[in-house]
Ligand binder design. Structure first.
Ligand SMILES: [Zn+2]
Length: 164
């Protein structure tokens, strides 16, 4: 743990073979003011008012930009940048022009089987990794998700950090 400073990532270029969630923290964490001891009530005001933390469409756009710097990549056949946009059917939904299968940016990530909106995941990533990091109970209250959901989110995010 000593080598890994929580909430601050090395500013290395995104590596393509790496789940992008590991690269998500920087844009916020880099510009964030020094973390304060008490998270609740202080962290929400500025940073979490950014649109990608509040609007699902912006959250998807943000995650897509991080995950797919060269354009959407079909998780089924690996085709890059050739797809149909099915956002009118479901936000973020795409159909590969090569293999005709549908996909979203969530596939192959920790978000894949989660019913939680991406914007709440982005908040969670920030809140769990920044500063002292929120625990499941704090996350449950801050994100207004059930304690069980918050617990699972924290577990997934911490596992990601340790594995890294
Ligand atoms: Zn495909």
């Amino acid at each position: 743990m000593s080598r890994h400073q929580r909430g601050v990532r090395p500013q290395s270029p995104a590596m393509k073979d790496e789940p992008f969630a590991r690269n998500i923290t920087p844009p916020v964490a880099r510009t964030a003011p020094p973390p304060q001891q008490s998270r609740i009530g202080t962290v929400d005001s500025g940073i979490l008012s950014q649109r990608c933390f509040a609007d699902e469409r912006d959250a998807i756009r943000y995650v897509e930009a991080v995950a797919w710097p060269d354009g959407p990549v079909c998780p089924h056949c690996g085709t890059v940048g050739k797809y149909y946009d099915l956002s009118n059917t479901r936000l973020g939904l795409k159909k590969c022009a090569a293999c005709r299968k549908q996909f979203t940016v969530r596939i192959g990530t920790i978000f894949q089987s989660s019913p939680i909106p991406l914007y709440k995941w982005l908040q969670a990533i920030y809140l769990v990794h920044a500063g002292d990091g929120l625990n499941a109970h704090q996350l449950h209250r801050t994100l207004e998700v059930t304690y069980k959901t918050a617990w699972h989110m924290v577990r997934k995010l911490r596992a990601l950090t340790v594995a890294h």
